[in-house]
Every structure is written in C-alpha cells, then in structure tokens.
Design a protein around this ligand. Structure first.
Ligand SMILES: *Cc1c(COP(=O)(O)O)cnc(C)c1O
Length: 333
C-alpha cells in the first residue's frame, strides 16, 4: 500500500520504537518525567526560545497558544485557509471566546501586511481587541520567505501584536531554506511544531515560547486535558525524530519535485509543488474513476478536482515509480 494522503500517516520505525522502549519515564504532570523534560529542553534550544511544552496534538498546542495570547473578546488575525482557523473545529471561538479575523493568503502563503494592517480594529468598545497575528509555515507546502517574516516581526512590534507561527511543518522550511530553526523562530513570539508529520513520530507536538508564557500554557494544557503522565515514551520518539528525521526531509522534497515532473510528462496537469506537497488537477468527470483506479492499485490518495499528494518517510522513489506507471495506465485505458 502506498499512502500519499498526508505525512501524518507515517509509522514509527523499528529504531524509533527501540528508543521508545528504552525511555526513562516519570509522571509529567508532577514534572518528573526526564524524557519529556529532555525533549522540551531540546525544543527550546533548537527554537532559541526559553521554554517549550509537549502536547499530544498540534491542534491542542495551537489552541493553547491562542488561549494564552488572547482573552475573551480578543481576536487573532489568521489566514482564511490556515489550519488554526479552518481545521481545528473552531476551538478558539468555542473554548476561548476568541474571535478569528481571517484574511486571504497571498499566492506565496503569506498574509500581506497591508491587509493585516487593514484588519486591525481601532481601540474602541465597538470592536474586539486585536491581539495576535498567526502565520502558518509551511502553508500548503510553501515556505514563508525569511524577509517576509522579518517584516511581519517588525510590523507586529510596531502595532503591539503578538506573533504566533503554526509551524506544524516548520522543519520542512528549515531544510528547504537550509537554516537553523532559530533563524526562523527569532521572528515569532511563539511557535508550534508537529512531531507526528514528516518527522515520523506516532504522537506529539511542541509549543515554544518564553518562560512565563509556557507556564501559562501548562495550566491551559491541563485544563484542556493534555496533561499526560508517563509520556516519556512518546517524548523519546520525538527526541529520536529531531535527531534522525530532520535532514532526510530533503528526500521528501526531492521526491515531490520528481513526482511532479513525471506526472506532468505523462499529461497530468500540475498546479504546484513546494517542499513535500504536490497539487495536481483532475478533470471533474474523471475524479470518481481515478479514485477507484487508485484503490484497485493499492494507492491511498485523496483524489479530487484538486488532488493533494504528500510525500514522507514511508514513501520511496520506487513507490512513486509504481504510482506513475499506475496513473499512466489509467490515462491510456
Ligand atoms: C497537522 C497540522 C496541525 C495539527 O494537527 P494535529 O493533527 O492536531 O496534530 C496544525 N497546523 C497545521 C498547519 C497542520 O498541518
């Protein structure tokens, strides 16, 4: 089976499972799980922030990030297609009484600062209080340029907004830009990182920020049910991933680029490809037929008029060769 629906489908490798089996654990709610502590220290070091906190999911880490930055009646400015606006069940509004102010992304995945400026509410009791700008990096595989992040950072300082980066796939940006995480994270107050996508762990996300912020986040994490006990088993997978699975993300990017070229060569319309994501067009009348064709060839892929294909550490170049041949056979029938 080839699974290209997402990079969340990656399974822990034998070596990762060994690291998990060997993990020293404690009770992390009592703050005495040494492996969770080690992971949080490592995340803080890599991001250049003072502290970090381990979460079961990225959704919860983003929710807690928003709950820390915004009070009831505050708002955050966010992309119309951002995960922490569109794909997190409205958690900030439901649980935090925080109003989202979505705006359109530019073609490169950024939020134009002129549009952000226009969305900031005046300090007047008619309006929600604008507190935060939330960016996503990478967004649909697109890496936000460092020059943009620097401008966004300066802008938010001037306008007294906090800046959060949903960096679920931030290490794809790190690898693509060939920089250290700190070179990106210096342009935000807080950062979330998913360990369970291209980094290949079964579970886990991190929220990085300053000490006071992370202490506040610890309370919200407990309140939202994310205080875990012998979670060192999971943190061990995270430590393993940060050590062994970052540099290899380059292979996923190369594979996505290669697949884009191959599909294009057999007549598939490629929309774009960035880092580990490839988007292609499928004629509407062919969608159902292609879906069953892929199923019959043991390929899991979310076929639609715009089909997203995601490469990851459990997909090899040979798998992709098989996919191209299978797709070509579909086109030739
Ligand atoms: C996957 C993802 C998250 C978090 O997802 P979980 O499945 O809750 O871990 C957050 N933001 C973005 C951009 C993501 O892709």
């Amino acid at each position: 089976m080839i699974d290209l629906r997402s990079d969340t489908v990656t399974r822990p490798s034998a070596a990762m499972l060994d690291a998990m089996m060997a993990a020293e654990t404690g009770d992390d709610v009592y703050r005495d799980d040494p492996t969770v502590y080690a992971l949080e220290v490592e995340a803080a070091r890599l991001s250049g922030k003072a502290a970090a906190l381990f979460f079961p999911t990225g959704t919860q880490a983003n929710l807690v990030a928003l709950l820390c930055h915004c009070q009831r009646g505050d708002e955050y400015i966010v992309g119309q297609q951002a995960h922490n606006y569109k794909y997190e069940a409205g958690g900030a509004a439901v649980l935090g009484s925080i109003q989202p102010q979505p705006i359109l992304h530019a073609a490169d995945g950024s939020l134009p600062l002129a549009d952000v400026a226009a969305a900031i509410k005046p300090d007047d009791f008619h309006f929600a209080r604008t507190r935060l700008l939330s960016l996503e990096n990478t967004h649909h595989g697109k890496v936000l340029p460092l020059s943009y992040l620097e401008q966004a950072w300066t802008f938010t300082r001037e306008r007294k907004l906090a800046l959060h980066i949903d960096g679920a796939r931030i290490f794809n940006a790190v690898v693509e830009q060939n920089v250290e995480l700190e070179a990106i994270a210096r342009y935000c107050d807080t950062l979330t990182i998913c360990l369970s996508k291209g980094l290949g762990t079964p579970i886990g996300s991190l929220l990085c920020g300053d000490e006071a912020y992370i202490e506040q986040a610890r309370r919200w994490r407990k309140m939202t049910g994310g205080g875990m006990r012998q979670s060192g088993i999971l943190a061990a997978a995270g430590l393993y991933a940060l050590k062994h699975n970052v540099a290899r993300l380059k292979d996923d990017h190369d594979n996505a680029a290669w697949l884009g070229e191959q599909l294009s060569a057999i007549g598939v319309e490629v929309i774009n490809q960035h880092t580990n994501m490839l988007f292609v067009k499928v004629p509407t009348e062919k969608v159902e037929a292609l879906k069953s064709w892929m199923q019959s060839g043991d390929v899991l892929i979310s076929v639609g008029p715009v089909t997203r294909i995601v490469t990851h550490l459990d997909v090899s170049r040979q798998d992709l060769q098989r996919l191209v041949a299978h797709w070509q056979a579909f086109l030739q029938q």
